[in-house]
Design a binder for this molecule. Structure first.
Ligand code: SF4
Ligand code: SF4
Length: 116
């Protein structure tokens, strides 16, 4: 476990909002803190993060490392926590051949720079 890291992979311990006491840390889907975070969201926001809720229900610690269907619709349907560009990169690299096989060409930025 990586304490203070949400199931989505965001490390709350590096976030200024948490350090300023304006937000509580998230957790993996296997930690008791995840239930506290979901309860706090429900109380303060009237709803919960679908990623964290799903990870808890599926008993998944970290989506990217532990879930076979990552990145799932919970990531692509919401406005955060990860950009569509990052999710596309994850999908591309997860389907790219390993060493010894021909790799796919990486995406390029507007001016042609290599992104990953
Ligand atoms: S997006 Fe969800 S899983 Fe990620 S840190 Fe926020 S509440 Fe936790
Ligand atoms: S289905 Fe999606 S939100 Fe649920 S554990 Fe897997 S990657 Fe995370």
């Amino acid at each position: 476990m990586t304490e203070g890291t949400g199931a989505c992979g965001i490390n709350c311990l590096t976030c200024g909002l948490m350090r300023q006491g304006k937000c509580s840390p998230c957790a993996s889907g296997l930690e008791p803190q995840a239930h506290k975070k979901l309860a706090a969201q429900l109380s303060l926001l009237g709803g919960v993060c679908p990623i964290l809720q799903c990870a808890v229900q599926k008993k998944i610690a970290y989506c990217s490392a532990d879930c076979a269907v990552y990145p799932c619709h919970h990531f692509s349907s919401g406005p955060y926590p990860l950009s569509q560009g990052y999710l596309d990169m994850q999908i591309r690299r997860r389907t790219t051949a390993r060493s010894g096989e021909a790799p796919q060409a990486p995406p390029r930025g507007k001016d042609g720079e290599k992104l990953h």
